[in-house]
Design a protein around this ligand. Structure first.
Ligand code: SF4
Ligand code: SF4
Length: 182
């Protein structure tokens, strides 16, 4: 849900987001009654068809993922956060509550683990006390320590949980939203 769906003339955002639509497709957006893993019906021609109109939810106008936020602010960490399309995932960070929310592309669920840029960045954040909420193929894992983060990287907990019909190893592992398309 986000600035991904910018006006066509919002050139800076457009160039930063490229063709990404993750934040308008992967999460559940209550204000739009949009289920998870379902593209928003307002995505049109690489932009948001209701941009600037009152029916556009405030949450959309306010949103930018960590990649876009760092680029727009020209923040020092801008080169340490990969573009979502290059790592198959996007995230946003709440520095006040020390929370990070990661959304994994269900069509490429393992790509983020192969992105040393993203893995290194997230590992550092966990080491600094941030809690990660990783939403992957309809399940959410909550990671509070570097050891659990390493376990998540080494094993496909989503496949294990799906296969065995139960949550495995990660205490706060749970099902979220709707099931992503196969
Ligand atoms: S309303 Fe626009 S910005 Fe919000 S999710 Fe839909 S396309 Fe994206
Ligand atoms: S996830 Fe980030 S890069 Fe992708 S559309 Fe949303 S704001 Fe743009």
């Amino acid at each position: 849900m986000g600035q991904a769906k910018r006006r066509k003339d919002a050139g800076e955002r457009l160039s930063h987001c490229r063709t990404c639509t993750y934040c308008c497709s992967l999460p559940q957006i209550e204000a739009l009654a949009k289920p998870a893993y379902s593209p928003c019906t307002h995505i049109a021609d690489g932009g948001c068809s209701i941009h600037g109109r009152p029916e556009r939810p405030g949450a959309c106008a306010a949103y930018a993922c960590a990649y876009l936020t760092a680029r727009l602010a020209n923040a020092p960490e801008r080169n340490r956060i990969p573009h979502p399309l290059d790592c198959g995932a996007y995230f946003h960070r709440d520095p006040r509550e020390k929370l990070i929310f990661v959304f994994v592309d269900p069509a490429r669920p393992f790509l983020w683990k192969a992105s040393s840029l993203l893995v290194d960045f997230l590992r550092l954040q966990v080491g600094a006390g941030f809690v990660l909420f990783i939403t992957d193929r309809g399940r959410q894992m909550v990671i509070r320590d570097p050891g659990t983060f390493s376990e998540i990287l080494a094993r496909d907990f989503v496949a294990l949980a799906d296969r065995e019909g139960r949550a495995l190893d990660v205490p706060s592992f749970r099902v979220v939203g709707s099931t992503p398309p196969a």
